[in-house]
Design a protein. Sequence first.
Length: 126
Amino acid sequence: MTKEAVIVGDLKLPFSHAVRVGNLIFVSGQASVDLETGDIIGGSFAEEVVRSFQNLQLILEKAGTSWENIVKVGCYVRRDDDLPEFNRLYREHFSEPFPARTTITNCLPPSLLFEIDCVALVSEAS
């Protein structure tokens, strides 16, 4: 089985935004960054979550799938105090049946408040 990289913009770091293997897309951690330059875009917790979700959506679309096909997410929240707001925002963007989810707190550098990665299904014909 072959691996196919999905890159958005001019990625300068040694990783792919996503990798497709068969009918699965593995998306690298997405934070509040400009996908073209890799520059971090700071903001409130909610702003960073929404921008991270938007980046995830763009990468999924480039990979030939969509938000609705996400089956597993990993969420990284810098501060425990942001968990209630995170869960509110998560419910606004995901619907039942919710993807399988792991959420880890207190694990990000000071420059980031949130990061998300995922695994999604994609049609073999895509």
